[in-house]
Write a protein that binds this ligand. Structure first.
Ligand SMILES: Cc1cc2nc3c(=O)[nH]c(=O)nc-3n(C[C@H](O)[C@H](O)[C@H](O)COP(=O)(O)OP(=O)(O)OC[C@H]3O[C@@H](n4cnc5c(N)ncnc54)[C@H](O)[C@@H]3O)c2cc1C
Length: 207
């Protein structure tokens, strides 16, 4: 059985809200629309299912990579001999409660910025023109027009490379110019849990 077949068998047996595509054309998943096929592309539908999937493929030593909207990656024409895990539309819920905004990693930066604006929450205006997802944005501390994710993020939910769900505070994330700790420790960003615009006259506001 190939590694792709093993993963698909695991999904079929255990993960009802996760979808998969064999030999998926990566042109469909990258902004620059370049690159060959991925052996297998998987889109988890819930955080617990993503955790189970990561635990399984780590235990089996199967190579994988995470993508969001694919706006900051170029795929080789040779394609990808690993499981591509896309955190996209299926993990993109965004909620606002008591002036606190929480967005899953697959939510688009522009959509979250719009949601914030429609709910009179300041701070995310800079993100409205940046292509990509919240997960990809946190991963590289995306920014524009003098604003960056670092300014509005309080804490995130991650899945560690060891398969553990953890809340990480912004102070732990080592957010610098287009860099973060996630670029070295293998954490997967799952949700921006708690964001605020600290300059908003001392009054608590969501992003
Ligand atoms: C036309 C254009 C304009 C752009 N303008 C800007 C700009 O003004 N400012 C700016 O900062 N950037 C800009 N970018 C870059 C890009 O939009 C950002 O890097 C964006 O945050 C990438 O998000 P994504 O979801 O597309 O990530 P992807 O391209 O899918 O992935 C990029 C990296 O992030 C990792 N990643 C993605 N999701 C997760 C996750 N949930 N957990 C852990 N790692 C993850 C991937 O493994 C990969 O290494 C621009 C890109 C384009 C094409």
């Amino acid at each position: 059985m190939s590694y792709s077949e093993k993963v698909v068998y695991f999904i079929q047996m255990n993960l009802s809200e996760t979808v998969f595509y064999f030999n998926e054309d990566m042109k469909k998943h990258t902004t620059f629309q370049t690159g060959g096929n991925a052996d297998l592309l998987v889109e988890p539908g819930t955080i617990p299912e993503l955790q189970k999937l990561i635990n399984y493929i780590s235990k089996e030593n199967i190579p994988y990579m995470i993508i969001g909207q694919g706006s900051n990656i170029i795929v080789s024409d040779k394609g990808l001999r690993q499981v591509v895990i896309k955190i996209g539309k299926r993990l993109s819920r965004c909620t606002i409660e008591n002036e606190k905004l929480e967005a899953e990693a697959g939510a688009l930066l522009a959509d979250v910025a719009k949601e914030a604006q429609e709910n009179s929450l300041s701070g995310l205006e800079f993100a409205s023109g940046i292509p990509g997802s919240i997960g990809g944005g946190v991963f590289m501390n995306a920014g524009a027009y003098g604003g960056e994710i670092k300014d509005v993020l309080q804490e995130i939910l991650v899945l560690t490379a060891g398969g553990e769900l953890l809340i990480r505070k912004i102070s732990e994330l080592e957010l610098g110019y287009r860099t973060s700790m996630m670029q070295t420790n293998g954490d997967i960003v799952l949700r921006a849990e708690h964001c605020k615009a600290p300059w908003y006259k001392g009054k608590y506001r969501g992003i």
